[in-house]
Ligand binder design. Structure first.
Ligand code: 6V0
Length: 333
């Protein structure tokens, strides 16, 4: 197309010196769209490619986002039922998933999602061999393992959104309980995203003050029950939101775009995300993905931090790993 602007003194505009940043979002359901719109508002990509099997929903979502162009940072938005639109992605985010049918077991749902992944993951990694792949579909830890196996990508470039969201819920609840800002609460949930997650009470600090030793020093009754209730609320949080509005979307949207920022801007921040955990924190039973505090950067996983865990926390984490491994062994992958 002819340029709308005239070059000054007849000089041609210089060719672009930087490559576009491209993010693909697979699955434009509630979660995929919350992620896409948060990425857009936070100006994290030059290009966003959307993929889904439902062409009408896909085109509708693309147009709806494109119509907001006058209010958003400049981003090219494309959409296709064909994976070829994702070619050359820097980050591929997978939220596609089958929904649990009434009365269906979690294992059966998992098997349906594994067969869905066996169709979508190989073409995605083939089209973007340098990408970091982020899995969000549930059960996220096992599906991240499945995606790693099917993609042929190195383990440092396959990450599950894991307990980044659980940890955010945890920080919110602790902040609410203590009437402080959630940004000042350093607290991790590790292990499986969901029911067998492990709350690391021993390493929580608020504004740099370790919370348990503070409570001990102040001889405040050790609020064990309160602490346990907070973790229960974290685990129940997703069920509660789903029960009330039918799905979760905003918090996972912000959680994933926060991870996208760290990765694409090479922020080297520590996030609890699902990574190949074999060899860390006494997890030696097999190849298992679960959430550990991980340093992330442009090449994906840079390393795993060595937090001090109490004996109890360590045992809970290993139990979480065994739970996931048992289910994995039934998949035959
Ligand atoms: P949804 O609204 O049903 O969206 C799923 C989308 O996937 C639909 O638009 C489908 O058409 C699409 N889809 C199905 N098959 C394919 C395919 N082969 N290729 C491309 N797209 C396909 O579900 P929702 O968006 O609510 O949830 C998506 C997934 O995220 C589910 O597995 C959730 O359990 C999971 N979540 C994970 C969270 C986490 O913390 N890891 C949090 C929330 C939800």
């Amino acid at each position: 197309a002819q340029s709308f602007f005239k070059p000054i003194h007849g000089a041609l505009p210089p060719p672009p010196t930087t490559r576009n940043t491209k993010i693909s979002v697979i699955g434009v359901g509630n979660v995929g769209m919350a992620i896409a719109q948060t990425i857009l508002t936070q100006d994290l990509a030059d290009e966003i490619a959307l993929v889904d099997v439902n062409p009408d929903k896909l085109r509708g979502e693309m147009l709806d986002l494109q119509h907001a162009a006058a209010f958003l940072p400049r981003t090219t938005i494309s959409a296709s039922v064909d994976h070829s639109c994702t070619v050359g992605s820097d980050l591929v985010i997978v939220t596609a998933g089958a929904r649990q049918l009434p009365g269906e077991s979690r294992l059966n749902l998992l098997q349906r999602n594994v067969s869905l992944f066996s169709k979508i993951i190989p073409p995605l990694s083939a089209g973007s061999p340098e990408t970091v792949m982020m899995i969000v579909s549930n059960p996220v830890d096992i599906l991240t393992y499945v995606a790693w196996k099917l993609s042929g990508l190195p383990a440092n470039r396959v990450i599950g959104s894991g307990t980044n969201l659980d940890s955010s819920r945890f920080r919110f609840l602790i902040a609410d309980h203590l009437d402080v800002n959630a940004h000042d609460v350093q607290a991790y949930i590790m292990g499986e995203h969901g029911d067998s997650s492990v709350a690391l009470w021993s390493s929580i600090s608020v504004g740099g003050v370790p919370i348990l030793s503070f409570l001990d020093r102040q001889q405040i009754a050790y609020e064990k029950q309160t602490l346990e209730n907070i973790h229960k609320e974290v685990v129940q949080g997703a069920y509660e939101v789903i029960g009330l509005k039918g799905y979760t979307s905003w918090a996972i949207g912000y959680s994933v775009s926060n991870l996208a920022r760290t990765i694409l801007r090479d922020q080297r921040k520590v996030h609890p995300v699902s990574v190949l955990a074999k060899g860390f924190y006494g997890i030696n039973g097999g190849e298992v993905f679960l959430s550990l505090p991980t340093q992330l950067g442009r090449s994906g996983v840079m390393g795993v931090t060595s937090l001090h865990l109490t004996e109890d926390e360590s045992q809970q984490l290993q139990k979480s790993a065994m739970t996931i491994l048992e289910v994995q062994s039934e998949l035959g992958i």
